[in-house]
Design a binder for this molecule. Structure first.
Ligand code: ATP
Ligand code: MG
Length: 568
């Protein structure tokens, strides 16, 4: 299936939100500047993708889809000390999972190492690059500040011959790491610090996950990125705002070198999400310190974590669509993401019953040895949905939370003498309860109305409360993991002095429930399959779920705080 068919059928009702990048593209196509567009998503394989990357992926691949263009997947693999093949594989899996396809347009910056080297030689020969012997710290010192110009390196005026020889030596591995670098010769007094003779090659004695030990020198990001874009004939090179000040340098390289095209760099605001840290460096730290067991822990803002958490890719695409694209940094409410997840799961999941905190209930006027099957619809939102049979009998379990011995006004659930509906089954009335010495309820007793089968009665009497239940004889124990935010702080700009993000870990970000009981059909769930547990929320069968050891993760609660907040 082509990406076009795939994505447009998946998101048939997506209304692209207008934004300034779309406007630029429309103008470029209208004026004939470009006949078609080529975008790219350029991850560095030094960690897993997170929800911020999803914004960039949906933007780049989405524009290509909407304008009949092409989007490349290009690994920016220029720092072998931090990059690994397993990250390449994880990123490939995540972009696919999100629903996008690059066809045969999969590239690596390392594909261009030879070409980049040739271009560097050209810059040297043109007197536009030189080998510098200052250390990293000295280079920083010489660079000056935002208010003060920089100082020229004493090595700036080496002859072309000497530069060529030294650069060859760097390439051949003659010099130790950090002893020399190749720098562009631009302007040490430029008001833009990025233009003050930036380093374009450094010595690194590392094995690269693709090129092995072929290279002892590695090109820097700005140099590599602009040239890679130009070589791939990228028309619109979209990046986040922190690269705005790098744009003159991006353009400088493209202008100095005989590259085949002149891409336009356009910056947009990165996604920040409440209760979430997004930098790969911090996410790596969470894994390395053992705060979460893995990159794909369901609490992580990684795409792999969100997949395990049960967030559908369509919900993430809709989220990216709704947050839009702008030039202004902002903090997006995590509830909006959950809202999109809920909307999607509401359409697609089957409704089932499970009880998280079970309390036994006996229907005393129901025959002891009798069982019957009641019909349950699987998804009231889906006109084609099927029904299933549920076993009902005298002994049930209901939710502890659904019982009150001192019901407040407006309590419609179980209370002595009150009639409630057991979903899909009968009306029951709570008649008495057993309690332990501490007053905890240990057993409920009720009577049922045999005339109310299916959960309604002919006399039309009003029963406001409907509760879920499972049959004691048929229910199966399941393990349930209840996830919450990893952090208690909404906005990481508010970290107090002397504290770090690690001081805001939420001790209750994972609660494991080992007493839940579910209707037996749940044992047959496939890992990754999502359900609505009636009245409780959406749950997904964990990656490690099996019939023998059933495990479900809570995806999201049913309560919709975002819609409420945004109406206020
Ligand atoms: P991090 O800071 O998390 O390490 P990065 O920008 O270093 O992210 P890259 O792999 O270099 O990660 O990013 C690939 C692309 O994703 C870049 O074009 C980058 O601008 C974009 N991107 C990264 N984070 C975000 C974000 N929070 N919102 C939008 N786009 C992002
Ligand atoms: Mg980066």
């Amino acid at each position: 299936m082509s990406i076009k068919e795939k994505t447009t059928t998946q998101d048939a009702d997506r209304q692209p939100v207008p934004n300034f990048i779309r406007t630029i593209i429309e103008e470029d196509l209208a004026s004939g500047k470009h006949k078609g567009i080529i975008t790219r998503f350029p991850p560095e394989p030094n960690g897993y993708l997170h929800i911020g990357h999803a914004k960039s992926i949906c933007l780049n691949f989405g524009l290509a889809l909407d304008f009949d263009g092409v989007c490349h997947l290009r690994f920016d693999d220029t720092d072998p000390s931090k990059e690994e093949d397993r990250y390449v594989q994880a990123i490939i899996e995540d972009v696919r999972w999100l629903g996008f396809d690059w066809h045969d347009k999969l590239f690596y910056a390392s594909d261009y190492f030879e070409q980049l080297y040739e271009y560097a030689l050209m810059l040297i020969k043109d007197g536009k690059a030189y080998v510098c012997d200052l250390s990293v710290d000295e280079i920083r010192e010489y660079r000056g500040t935002l208010t003060e110009g920089g100082k020229e390196s004493p090595y700036r005026n080496r002859s072309v011959e000497e530069n060529l020889e030294l650069f060859e030596g760097m390439k051949a591995g003659l010099y130790p790491e950090g002893s020399r670098s190749l720098r562009a010769k631009i302007d040490m007094n430029s008001p833009n610090i990025n233009m003050r003779d930036p380093v374009i090659y450094r010595i690194k004695n590392c094995t690269h996950h693709r090129t092995g030990d072929t290279w002892n020198i590695y090109p820097m990001y700005d140099y590599t990125h602009s040239i890679s874009d130009a070589l791939e004939m990228i028309t619109h090179s979209l990046c986040t705002l922190e690269f705005e000040n790098h744009r003159p340098l991006y353009n400088w390289f493209v202008e100095q070198l005989p590259v085949p095209s002149y891409p336009r760099q356009i910056e947009f605001a990165r996604l920040n999400l409440s209760y979430t840290v997004m930098s790969k460096r911090l996410l790596l730290e969470l894994v390395e310190k053992g705060i979460v067991p893995s990159w794909d822990d369901p609490r992580m803002p990684t795409l792999a974590g969100m997949r395990r958490r049960g967030f559908p890719p369509a919900a993430i695409r809709e989220f990216a669509n709704r947050i839009g694209v702008s030039k202004a940094d902002s903090l997006v409410d995590f509830d909006l993401l959950q809202f999109c997840v809920r909307e999607e799961l509401n359409k697609t999941t089957n409704r089932v019953m499970a009880v998280l905190d079970p309390i036994p209930l006996t229907i005393e006027n129901y025959p002891e040895d009798k069982f019957e099957e009641v019909d349950a619809d699987n998804n009231p939102e889906d006109p084609n949905a099927t029904t299933r049979k549920l076993s009902f009998g005298r002994e049930l379990f209901v939710e502890r939370e659904d019982v009150s011995l001192k019901p407040a006004k407006g309590w419609f659930r179980l209370a002595l003498g009150k009639e409630v509906r057991l979903k899909h089954a009968y009306y029951i009335t709570l008649t008495r309860v057993e309690q332990d010495e501490e007053g905890n309820i240990t057993h409920l007793y009720a009577t049922y109305d045999p005339e109310s089968r299916g959960g309604w009665s002919e006399d039309g009497r009003k029963v406001r409360g409907t509760i879920h239940w499972v049959s004691a004889k048929h229910a199966k124990p399941i393990k349930v993991k209840l996830y919450d935010h990893l952090f208690t702080l909404a906005d990481f700009n508010d970290v107090e002095e002397g504290k770090t993000y690690l001081d805001y870990l939420n001790p209750d970000s994972l609660i494991v429930n080992n007493k839940a009981l579910a209707e037996p059909s749940l044992l047959d769930a496939k890992p990754g399959e999502c359900f609505q547990f009636l009245r409780l929320g959406y749950f997904v069968a964990d990656d490690h779920h099996t019939k023998e050891t059933p495990v479900f993760n809570r995806v999201v609660e049913l309560r919709d705080s975002w819609a409420k907040k945004s109406k206020k």
